[in-house]
Ligand binder design. Structure first.
Ligand code: C2E
Ligand code: MG
Ligand code: MG
Length: 554
């Protein structure tokens, strides 16, 4: 590709000679004074590789032109060769002082001109290239690769110093981009880059890891001081930017220098990801337990789909008993994961993860199907049924076909809807009341029984009891145990159970572990109990035995 040269010279003959010399190898733009040259340069700034500039010209002389060009951020990178008269040292000095890259003396020596022009163009292009490799275009911060390189050098050069890598992340940046547009998004990234830069000390520096993640490499002591400052600013709400943009910081204090820089940055990133979405938590420091947790979570996520296909998920049944008659009154279906290598896993470990990664609706549908299938088999074998409840996650509630899929299951396996209870966790209600109200209403009209799970675990509002129609209130284990631990006159237990009864709900207490608890619950008017004192969750075959003997008792 031919490069372009701008020749600025008022003397027609001189200009023609220069053009002649250059035109074999370059595209030549001509201007007869500084003013014309400025117009050409502004128009063609992305094309012009170098300028050859005469000094004495009418309208606008060479030095004035140079001053304007060098003061303009967009024009100043173009190299300028000033052509001086004879070998005047004063002229050469003046040219350099005004920002010229080099000078050439008249009369023209074609070969020298060609070499100088080619050499300077090459120099500038190399510099631009290096700049692009080193600096992120939008924010001006170092690119990821260059950042890694600098960290590596710094660590080698200072083996005794303690350093820290901080990874900052803008939460929900994608949503921000979506709502406000890419231009606003870019603006935000630039602002965040500025704030990040403003924190660095003498031997620290920062880079851009990906769209909305930034890296800082710093002396550990300085980083700790900064973190305290930043933390205070967040508390006092004094950084404007952070009022509207939720940011978090993950910190890795470099303890293991055998890691690659990339791995070090990964650790800082793991730390920042561990506080994603956590209210009021802005900083997380990496430690090895975090790494193990992340690895474990990745393994679980990687294995879940095939586990479902290979039927590694198994449904256990935990009986519920009537407190008044001690009779078996129902069961809760609780999923377990029996992995061929990892063994038995409790849902506390994987359900929260599946709720985050979107897998829970699939698993819940599977559990519901297994439960219906099982109940169908019991029915065919003339084993008397009790209601079985399945857990419905918050994410399930937003699936449009939830009602339809439950209805289809029940009719396919010929299960009376009254025998299928649906436990909806209390926190789901707090989320999106109207959506849940409609779904719950439809399900109840179809005859399914709705239980509000985990009541008392934090989101409770007694008001909900009267506004959201449900059938059964399930008291959270912690709540029940706390209330029972209080002296009777201070306990809410009786009042809450009473209120539930007033709106025609029965009450189940969860996590009943002792005889005393069971007795207190009975005296408070509670209807049913579920807990280790009565029975632990068990495989279907064991529960089948219970169903058979329970029938003999009746
Ligand atoms: P949950 O629905 O509140 O279930 C009750 C949990 O308390 C069960 O834990 C049960 O084993 C445990 N539990 C029962 N009695 C006692 C007791 O006396 N003492 C103690 N310490 N614990 C008792 P599990 O089976 O580990 O389930 C934990 C949670 O996982 C469940 O809480 C539920 O939210 C979720 N979960 C379990 N299976 C499923 C499922 O199939 N789908 C969905 N979406 N969530 C499920
Ligand atoms: Mg439950
Ligand atoms: Mg519960």
């Amino acid at each position: 590709m031919k490069r372009s040269v701008l020749v600025v010279e008022d003397n027609d003959i001189n200009r023609a000679i220069l053009s002649e010399i250059l035109s074999d190898s370059y595209i030549v733009y001509e201007a007869e004074n500084g003013a014309v040259a400025l117009d050409v340069l502004r128009r063609e700034k992305n094309r012009i590789s170098i300028i050859l500039l005469d000094v004495q010209m009418p309208v606008m002389d060479g030095y004035t032109f140079l001053d304007i060009v060098k003061a303009d951020k967009e024009l100043s990178p173009v190299p300028v060769i000033v052509m001086t008269q004879g070998n005047s040292e004063a002229d050469e000095l003046a040219a350099l002082e005004h920002g010229a890259t080099d000078f050439l003396s008249k009369p023209y020596r074609p070969k020298i001109i060609m070499h100088r022009v080619a050499g300077l163009i090459k120099l500038r292009e190399t510099a631009t290239m290096i700049n692009q490799i080193q600096n992120d275009r939008m924010t001006g911060l170092y690119t990821k690769e260059y950042f890694y390189e600098l960290v590596c050098e710094q660590l080698l050069r200072n083996p005794e110093k303690n350093y820290t890598i901080v990874c900052s992340n803008i939460e929900n940046f994608k949503i921000y981009n979506d709502i406000f547009g890419v231009a606003k998004g870019d603006e935000l990234l630039k602002k965040v880059a500025d704030v990040t830069r403003s924190f660095i000390g003498n031997d620290g520096f920062c880079g851009r890891l990906s769209a909305d993640r930034f890296l800082v490499f710093q002396n550990s002591e300085k980083e700790e001081i900064d973190r305290e400052k930043l933390s205070a600013s967040i508390e006092s709400n004094s950084i404007d930017l952070l009022k509207s943009v939720p940011m978090r910081w993950g910190i890795y204090q470099i303890t293991d220098r055998n890691l690659t820089v990339e791995q070090m940055c990964d650790r800082a990133m793991m730390a920042v990801d561990s506080i994603k979405g956590k209210y009021n938590k802005y900083f997380a420091v990496y430690d090895d337990s975090l790494r193990n947790k992340t690895l474990r979570e990745q393994a679980i996520t990687g294995a879940m789909e095939s586990a479902l296909k290979e039927e590694q998920f198994v449904v256990y049944y935990q009986p519920k008993y009537s407190l008044r008659t001690n009779r078996l009154a129902g069961a809760e279906a609780l999923v377990r994961w029996i992995h061929p290598e990892w063994g038995f896993m409790s849902p506390g470990e994987f359900i929260p993860l599946f709720e985050q990664n979107g897998f829970i609706p699939k698993l819940d549908q599977y559990v519901r199907e297994k439960v219906c299938e099982q109940m169908h088999r019991w029915k065919q074998n003339n084993i008397p049924l009790v209601p079985v409840s399945v857990n419905i996650s918050r994410a399930d509630m937003f699936h449009e076909d939830l009602v339809e899929s439950i209805t289809n299951l029940a009719s396919h396996y010929d299960i009376d809807p009254r025998l299928l209870h649906l436990e909806i966790t209390e926190s789901a209600y707090a989320d999106n009341l109207t959506q849940i109200d409609t779904t719950v209403k439809k399900l109840r009209e179809l005859g399914f029984v709705i239980e509000m799970d985990d009541f008392g675990s934090g989101y409770s509002s007694l008001n909900m009891l009267s506004t959201t129609p449900m059938d059964i209130l399930k008291l959270d284990m912690k709540f029940t145990q706390n209330e029972i631990a209080k002296p009777e006159k201070h306990s809410f237990l009786k009042n809450i159970i009473g209120m539930a009864h007033q709106v025609d709900m029965s009450v189940v207490a969860e996590g009943v572990e002792t005889k005393e608890q069971s007795e207190r619950l009975l005296s408070a008017g509670c209807d049913y109990a579920q807990g280790y004192y009565l029975a632990k969750p068990m495989p279907a075959a064991d529960f089948e035995q219970l169903l058979k003997t329970a029938d003999e008792d009746r």
